[in-house]
Design a protein around this ligand. Structure first.
Ligand SMILES: Cc1cc2nc3c(=O)[nH]c(=O)nc-3n(C[C@H](O)[C@H](O)[C@H](O)COP(=O)(O)OP(=O)(O)OC[C@H]3O[C@@H](n4cnc5c(N)ncnc54)[C@H](O)[C@@H]3O)c2cc1C
Ligand code: SF4
Length: 495
């Protein structure tokens, strides 16, 4: 720590976002380019280098946060990059997309705003790329073993990079036409521009990882055949089986799943389509579901030029501060957060009632009504109490000609036949069953990421990818020096 009093003399300063009116006219990341670097060393200096860094534990990757805060405060970017990449394959992804449970666990956050850990992370990651600290690291020698990784989301990519660097020949099979999983066709470019993905893929190709796109295992290539062709298989197919809203009127046209809608907007950004066939332009949009996927739909609909946007959340509005009784430090609290997309919807007054917030809390959808042509035109909603019982006299209709369902995901999509062809045992909740070493019931087949853990976060996915790589390496060679930051049973820190 260059300045032991930094936490007392420097206030927290966040990465500035571009003005709303400007950023909703493009799909670029919402932040002011170049504005982080001039402030980040002073911000890193706020780290107290406390004796027991809870931030470190709160990060599923075990990122060495106090160490790289110190190096950044001294502007030793190369060493900071080395320490960061020692625990995280893709810090430019987490530095942009992670909800930063580390900051909730920062010791300074007990009575002051936390250190801007995530911003320090992304600054190191970006600097590492511009200064050439992240060259490809091909293995010195090959093991002669081959591994198939099915799925190219953050789990599959992290597993593939670790196993390639350990000397195994890795082939990543991806059913989409491009690599990246939900980071490619789910998460909008205004949260993470896809050039960050391209750069990593180039690095991985140079290290020797092979990619087979447009290849659905189970459909385009038999899963059992794949198993016989490789010494080990890692299933990292994500949890994309979406939840439904079985209420009257669900069959009307114009009611879509979030993951039917978001990929099309991403394809416009990729240049595959001129306009999204589901574009929100000029339409009254209602998003059912108060989570991050819903917020991504909100930001996308605003950029497409929606006439109005409302987001329904069945939970009550959280408080502005942590509830110390139910969610004490260092857990990640449910508090009222204003994402960039919420800020945009608020400032542009896209909510029908010109509310301060596009979100309606404690709101439950009763039914949809449509026009004579069978197209949805309104959504009927009621306020609910904490037990989700409707509150009498609160029913109302909201104009809706595009409804987006963002209700979460139950487990891996089984329509390709992969799980059945391999005879994989499943958990009752729909995820792939595995033991404490990430192994499924089929010898040589391992499962990791959302497919086995259930819907989660990028940081957990990378941690799963690193840990399953260690398990596979051990299976192939009898021992492994690869790090395993988590076990399949680890969960986020709660009370
Ligand atoms: C809209 C949205 C926004 C999100 N935003 C954030 C965020 O901001 N921050 C955050 O931390 N987390 C976010 N998440 C969660 C995060 O994206 C996931 O937890 C993470 O991507 C899971 O990684 P994964 O590699 O396990 O699976 P995925 O990313 O889902 O990747 C699985 C891949 O497997 C492929 N696949 C599936 N079946 C087959 C098959 N049979 N053959 C070949 N390939 C197959 C799929 O096409 C896909 O590419 C978001 C999720 C969604 C849906
Ligand atoms: S990956 Fe997430 S939890 Fe870990 S240091 Fe980065 S922002 Fe914090």
């Amino acid at each position: 720590m260059a300045d032991p009093k930094g936490f007392m003399t420097t206030p927290r300063q966040d990465r500035p976002r571009r003005p709303v009116e400007q950023r909703v006219r493009d799909w670029d990341e919402v932040y002011v380019p170049g504005a982080l670097l001039p402030i980040v060393s002073k911000q890193a200096d706020r780290c107290m280098d406390c004796g027991i860094p809870f931030c470190h534990d709160a990060c599923p990757l075990g990122n060495l946060i106090p160490e790289w805060n110190d190096l950044v405060s001294r502007e030793d970017w190369r060493a900071a990059s080395d320490r960061l990449h020692a625990t995280n394959n893709f810090p430019e992804f987490t530095g942009r997309l992670c909800p930063a449970p580390c900051e909730a666990g920062c010791v300074l956050a007990i009575n002051q705003p936390a250190v801007t850990i995530k911003n320090v992370e992304v600054a190191i990651a970006d600097r590492a790329w511009t200064d050439g600290f992240t060259p490809p690291r091909p293995p010195d020698r090959l093991s002669g073993k081959t591994v198939a990784v099915i799925g190219s989301g953050p789990t599959g990519l992290a597993a593939a990079q670790q196993l390639t660097r350990a000397g195994h020949t890795v082939v990543v099979y991806e059913r989409d036409d491009r690599i990246g999983g939900l980071m490619r066709y789910g998460i909008p470019a205004f949260k993470m521009e896809k050039r960050h993905l391209e750069r990593r893929i180039e690095q991985m190709l140079a290290e020797g990882t092979r990619f087979r796109t447009s290849t659905a295992v189970g459909r385009d290539i038999g899963a059992a055949e794949l198993r016989t062709r490789h010494d080990a298989v890692v299933i990292a197919t994500g949890a994309t089986a979406w939840r439904e809203l079985p209420v009257p009127g669900r069959e009307l046209a114009g009611i879509q799943q979030a993951m039917e809608y978001l990929p099309l907007a991403n394809r416009v950004c990729e240049g595959d389509l001129e306009v999204s066939p589901m574009s929100a332009a000029g339409r009254h949009v209602v998003i059912v579901g108060g989570g991050d996927t819903g917020a991504d739909c909100l930001g996308t609909a605003v950029r497409e030029g929606a006439a109005s946007v409302t987001q329904l959340d069945i939970y009550r509005q959280p408080g502005a501060e942590r509830d110390e009784d139910t969610e004490p430090w260092p857990t990640y609290p449910k508090i009222y957060r204003m994402s960039a997309a919420h800020e945009e919807a608020r400032d542009l007054r896209t909510a029908p009632a010109a509310d301060a917030d596009a979100r309606l809390f404690s709101a439950s959808t009763l039914r949809f009504s449509g026009d004579e042509a069978g197209h949805v035109r309104s959504l009927h909603v009621v306020e609910v109490d904490e037990r989700r019982t409707p509150v009498a006299g609160t029913g109302r209709s909201i104009p809706a000609d595009l409804v987006l369902l963002a209700l979460g995901f139950s487990g891996p999509d089984r329509t390709d036949g992969l799980t059945d062809q391999l005879g994989l045992a499943m958990e009752p909740r729909g995820t792939i069953a595995r033991d404490g070493g990430f192994a499924t019931n089929v010898p040589g087949v391992f499962a990791a990421g959302d497919a086995a853990r259930g819907q989660s976060l990028i940081v957990w996915a990378i941690a799963e990818g690193r840990a399953v790589a260690a398990a596979v390496d051990r299976h192939l060679t009898g021992a492994s020096r690869l790090p395993a930051p988590i076990s399949p049973y680890d969960r986020p820190m709660t009370v």
